[in-house]
Design a protein around this ligand. Structure first.
Ligand code: PEP
Ligand code: MG
Length: 566
């Protein structure tokens, strides 16, 4: 057999070797029986019973996922319950039963209509189609009394191949037994990809229909670093990949081969993320997305609850830095109880710091009180407070005044508090252009490439149709990063990066060359990025960065990064 390569989108920077196992979860429905034989009352009752059973299952799955992967990942199951209880869907199923269909066919027909609608939409809305499929399959299984194909006890070394994996499919995968997965559909922000990162599972999504030609039992290598699926790999490739798996976890700061230290930190949102950051040798927390504390509840967490959480993060990294970002709500991160405005383009609307200095001023103050109190305790790492979606110097001034007035209040109350390090995210073109003015007002910058790319390139994050434009290898993005770093040079302001780009080991050398002091990423990427730092020298990295900054097309940048010629 000769080796073949299929390409998709790498979901995790990990690779795995194993044996292909096809997974086909869709329950097969035969043709519907004669409508004359259908008793609509009985079918309605069967549908109700199946709905109750499905609701119970989803609840249990949510609990398991929250315990295993954290709250943020578990939230998708709340959306499943909403679909299950959606009046339009329920009415659709009941109408189909009245048309003479048995409950399972009625469910199938109704859900298919909604799935098609969602598939016609863009970005994250399109991914909702997978959630609907998940709920449909669960209901059809409940109606037929069928067991789900068991993904939890696959033979060791399996590589799961599937058309798509729904959230509940992915949550069942056991990284001890499964070497990875590859799917026909899906993008980097699909739930399957997000879960794969949390589970530290090698994964490729969006391989396309060519995947269907890979037979069960074939040897495959899933290389999530560059999105390649190797089919029937030769011995040499297998060996190389097996070696790749054992990336050593390094505790403590890493240096380049010529002795420049680079801080490699983790992005966290949940308690489970904190544990995984420690396990993978992160030097600290470079981005604590605090909005996760505010999601999936009826009212915001109070000061004491937040204080406890921030203390836990500081105690987890007693010798490190813990960068806590203040609430970043709006855009694609809605919170039901906050009564967010109905905006035509929420990514350009009232988001992040705009809300904290406006309608959410009270929440901002409460959060700052909790943060300053947490920073005031003796033990624990160093707290840094970071503002999201800044666009003007005035926003930074105003937020800083709020921090100072909160500190003064705490002092007058006799509560111990401390002024933490203070920084801003560079995720709008405005802040990259204004970086030389902002250095006077902050202690650090952290470049959020996820948003910076979307705003520099006018390419919505999560929208697959503009994925090539919304890529951090675009020359315009590299120049925005360079402008930011250059503004901080010669000052005391340090510059980090906490967007997805920081966790891509293929661009670590470039980022070192561009002059980043700190890189923060999902914990799974920490060992590889630490290794990539230690394998470069500042001199080589700077030469690469100079050439990349001279490039005028993404293709040129890609060639420089892969060492190929144009
Ligand atoms: C970013 O925009 O790069 C970032 C890290 O923030 P978030 O992904 O939470 O918007
Ligand atoms: Mg952002």
């Amino acid at each position: 057999m000769t080796e073949r390569r299929l390409s998709g989108v790498g979901a995790t920077p990990l690779s795995g070797v194993g044996t292909a196992v096809w997974y086909a979860p869709d329950a097969e429905l035969g043709s519907p029986p004669d409508p004359e034989t259908i008793d609509a009352d009985v079918e309605r009752e069967r549908f109700e019973t199946a709905r109750d059973a499905a609701r119970e299952e989803i609840r249990a799955e949510r609990e398991r996922t929250a315990a295993r992967l954290g709250e943020a990942e578990a939230e998708v199951f709340d959306a499943h319950v909403q679909f299950l209880d959606d009046p339009q869907i329920t009415e659709g199923v009941e109408a189909a039963i009245d048309d003479g269909l048995p409950a399972e066919h009625a469910v199938d027909r109704t859900f298919e209509q909604f799935i098609e609608q969602f598939e016609g939409m863009e970005g994250r809305m399109a991914e909702r189609a997978d959630d609907l499929r998940d709920v449909r399959d669960r209901l059809v299984r409940a109606l037929g009394g069928d067991e789900r194909a068991d993904l939890g006890s696959l033979p060791e070394g399996s590589v799961v191949l599937a058309e798509r994996l729904t959230p509940s499919d992915t949550a069942q995968l056991d990284p001890e037994r499964v070497a990875g997965f590859a799917t026909v559909t899906g993008g980097r922000t699909s739930h399957a990809a997000i879960f794969a990162r949390s589970l530290a599972l090698p994964a490729i999504v969006g391989v396309g229909t060519a995947l269907r030609n890979v037979a069960d039992g074939t040897d495959v290598v899933v290389d999530g670093r560059d999105g390649t699926l190797l089919v029937d790999p030769d011995e040499e490739t297998r060996g190389e990949t097996a070696g790749e798996e054992a990336v050593e976890v390094r505790d403590g700061t890493v240096e380049t081969a010529d002795g420049a230290p680079i801080e490699v930190a983790a992005n966290v949102g949940t308690e489970a993320d904190l544990a995984s950051a420690v396990e993978r040798g992160a030097d600290g927390i470079g981005l604590f997305r605090t909005e996760f504390l505010f999601l999936d509840r009826e009212s915001p967490p109070g000061e004491d609850e937040q204080y406890e959480t921030y203390r836990e993060a500081l105690e987890t990294f007693p010798d490190g830095r813990v960068v806590v970002r203040t609430l970043d709500i709006g855009g694609d991160k809605p919170v039901a109880y906050l009564d967010l405005p109905d905006e035509e383009n929420p990514f350009l609307g009232e988001r992040g710091i705009r809300r904290s200095l406006g309608p959410d001023a009270d929440l901002f103050e409460t959060q700052l009180r909790a943060l300053l109190r947490a920073a005031g305790e003796e033990a624990g790492g160093e707290l840094s407070v970071m503002l999201p979606l800044v666009a003007t110097v005035d926003e930074v001034r105003q937020a800083r005044e709020t921090v100072e007035s909160v500190a003064a209040d705490l002092e007058s109350e006799g509560v111990s508090g401390a002024l933490p390090e203070f920084g801003v995210m560079i995720e709008t073109p405005a802040t990259a252009f204004l970086a030389d003015a902002l250095v006077e007002h902050v202690d650090f910058f952290s470049i959020g490439t996820n948003d910076l790319v979307q705003y520099v390139m006018a390419a919505e994050r999560g929208n697959d149709r503009v994925a090539a434009l919304g890529d951090y290898r675009q020359p315009a993005v590299l120049r925005a990063i360079h402008t930011t770093v250059a503004a901080a040079q010669g000052t005391d302001v340090w510059v980090g990066m906490c967007g997805e780009m920081a966790g891509d080991p293929d661009v670590t050398e470039l980022l070192v060359g561009l002059g980043l002091d700190e890189l923060s990423m999902s914990a799974v990427a920490v060992p590889q990025v630490k290794r990539a730092v230690s394998e470069t020298t500042v001199a080589d990295a700077r030469e690469l960065a100079a050439r990349a900054l001279a490039a005028s097309t993404k293709r040129e940048v890609d060639c420089l990064l892969t060492g190929t010629t144009r």
